[in-house]
Design a binder for this molecule. Structure first.
Ligand code: DUT
Ligand code: MG
Length: 609
């Protein structure tokens, strides 16, 4: 296998099944023949082992009884038997090796494509799913649960076959020795199987609880790593440590329950197996004394019965691991069965880029998790190339409003028309290519600054274009001041950017994408007034004929907009140009008055100082 082998894609949605075992079997698609071959080689290996004991009988009878089972001299017979032992051992070992190789090859491949699929699937789920699913829980599923599914394919998928094979082959071999002995050797087997089944049910429940608790622990850990600054700033380490310890204690308790169950089950099953073997040994002794079996049969039987009972003893282990595999399968299928966000479907006629004419008609919106309406009958019209500014108190629905445009969420009522066509009819992917968003809290990857800026467009961009975007975002000079310029890594392994620098890199990233519709959600909130006006000037040149949404808190940033929407509690309470709005009584004038007063006071202070 080379490192560059393409992702072997397999659609695991096809494996969904009410019956978990059937689902697991479907997951093996493409590798079932390998598993069959693994079982066949295992059968050869097991048969060789069993034959060894039959040969042992001949050997013992030859030596003890001084009889010659095959034609020829005594010593020749011994040599033949010795060669037989060596040959059988080689067959047994060689085929066992082949078998486990095939099983682990398949297991690794199945889990590799499972992991690929899960990543793919998680990327394609809706915003609503991601906002309600804890990251730690997803991480837990993609790592720990995938691993126990891997263990299932590596061991149990082949182990079940091994148990059945060993049981049948050894049973037949004992039957060849003596049918009475064979029957006595399995009297306890039904009891062992029943006990194992009962144990299976118990352990499944216990393991589910254990995995859930582990996911909780991972979530706590992940959140604390992400929010470590908050924890430190509020000096809440002790509180968080206590919380973690409580969760960890919960995991310990659940783990202890599991171990307790096992430590009860193992001795019980050992005891049952012990009784079974003892019964066989005694009965075989009686038969030997009465001359119903040869002396050589006795040691052969002792060897064989161990391999008849071994699968029974292992039934428990297989059962525990199978149940953990099945629980994990279930937990993974919860991700697999999530509806994907359709990206490319839509009936809108699109040829080329959009113009950017946007009409909101009594648009209302409510988040998927219920709650009250976040947008209430919002209506406005904006022409291609115009700039609309959104101003309003926090929580008034500004971010929500702009997030409707790329169809991150679906508006619940009213109409949004883009170039005259209903927005819901556009394919999401198309919209997202046309719309550039600088998010309120932009996220940068732990990659180089260049990779972050070119994120939306791929690698085939010239340095010139990158720099042009960076200049417009007033970040070019800052980047050059870093030791490795555009190749400087961002985040854990590289420089830590300030909030304002991050925002500006995000602005550059969006500008480079050259979208027809530009959304700047509070994108200049973390930069000083001077830098802001620098960005604004550069943007003015770049906005050109793009339709632009600006969300801002400073009147200065929205003054030049073609349309200003003043929002409060999901409603547009005032609408118009700056000149009109300052004339009106209302929130806009209040904000304007406060901000100009603060500015004047500041200037006076500076002047007097
Ligand atoms: N809200 C949700 N679910 C979400 C996001 C927001 O219920 O996933 C709620 C919170 C708030 C309302 O919607 O009550 C509006 O939030 P939004 O983020 O749109 O407010 P904003 O105007 O952008 O506020 P800010 O100025 O603080 O960014
Ligand atoms: Mg917001």
């Amino acid at each position: 296998m080379t490192n560059n082998e393409p992702a072997n894609y397999f659609d695991f949605r096809k494996t969904l099944s009410k019956n978990k075992l059937a689902g697991m079997l479907r997951m093996m698609t493409g590798y079932r023949m390998t598993y069959l071959a693994a079982n066949a080689t295992l059968a050869i290996s097991a048969t060789a082992k069993t034959l060894t004991y039959l040969l042992l009988r001949n050997f013992a009878d030859t030596v003890v009884g001084n009889t010659v089972p095959f034609a020829g001299s005594f010593s020749r017979t011994l040599i033949l038997i010795a060669l037989g032992f060596v040959g059988l051992a080689m067959v047994e070992g060689g085929f066992a090796y082949l078998s486990s190789r095939m099983a682990s090859y398949s297991a690794e491949n199945i889990t590799r494509r499972l992991r690929n699929f899960l990543f793919d699937q998680i990327q394609r789920l809706s915003f609503a799913y991601h906002s309600k699913t804890p990251t730690g829980d997803l991480i837990e599923r993609v790592t720990s649960d995938v691993d126990s599914v891997r263990a299932f394919f590596n061991d149990q998928a082949i182990g079940v076959g091994r148990i059945i094979l060993l049981f049948i082959i050894n049973f037949i071999a004992i039957w060849i020795l003596s049918w009475k002995l064979a029957l006595v050797s399995i009297v306890a087997v039904p009891v062992i199987v029943l006990v194992s089944m009962w144990f299976f049910k118990k352990v499944t429940k216990a393991y589910e609880a254990y995995q859930e608790q582990e996911a909780k622990l991972t979530t706590t850990l992940q959140e604390n790593l992400t929010g470590v600054r908050v924890v430190k700033a509020f000096a809440r380490q002790n509180y968080e440590i206590d919380k973690f310890e409580t969760d960890n204690w919960g995991k310990f308790l659940r783990g202890r329950t599991l171990v307790k169950m096992q430590s009860f089950f193992w001795p019980l099953s050992d005891l049952l197996c012990g009784f079974q073997m003892l019964a066989g040994f005694i009965y075989a002794g009686i038969l030997a004394v009465h001359g119903e079996i040869t002396i050589g049969t006795y040691p052969a039987y002792v060897g064989l019965v161990v391999w008849l009972i071994w699968p029974m003893r292992n039934l428990g282990r297989i059962i525990v691991n199978t149940s953990t595999g099945l629980v994990s399968y279930d937990r993974l299928m919860e991700i697999v069965k999530q509806e994907r966000e359709p990206l490319t479907t839509g009936t809108a006629k699109v040829n080329g880029p959009v113009r950017g004419d946007i009409i909101f008609e009594k648009v209302s919106f409510q988040y998927e998790d219920g709650g009250s309406e976040v947008l209430k009958e919002v209506s406005f019209h904006i022409h291609p190339g115009q700039v609309v500014a959104l101003l309003g108190s926090t929580g008034s629905g500004k971010t929500t409003l702009v997030n409707l445009l790329p169809r991150f969420h679906e508006y619940t009522d009213g109409h949004i028309l883009l170039d005259g066509q209903e927005l819901k009819e556009y394919p999401r992917e198309f919209l997202r290519k046309q719309i550039g968003i600088v998010e309120q809290e932009p996220f940068l990857f732990s990659r180089s600054i260049r990779e972050n800026i070119t994120y939306g467009v791929g690698h085939n961009v010239s340095q010139e274009e990158i720099e042009k975007a960076a200049r417009a975002a007033a970040i070019h000079e800052v980047i050059l001041s870093f030791p490795e310029g555009y190749n400087t890594l961002v985040g854990e392994k590289g420089v830590t950017l300030s909030g304002g620098q991050k925002q500006r890199v995000a602005v550059a990233r969006t500008l480079l994408k050259d979208p027809r519709i530009l959304i700047l959600d509070d994108s200049t909130s973390s930069v000083d007034t001077e830098t802001e006006s620098e960005i604004r000037n550069a943007l003015n040149g770049l906005m050109g004929n793009r339709t632009t949404f600006i969300i801002a808190h400073r009147i200065q940033s929205v003054m030049k907009a073609d349309l200003i929407l003043v929002m409060d509690k999901g409603c547009v309470i005032q609408m118009g140009r700056h000149e009109e709005l300052v004339e009106q009584e209302g929130m806009y004038r209040q904000i304007y008055d406060i901000q100009t007063r603060i500015d004047e006071e500041l200037e006076e202070e500076i002047a007097s100082a």
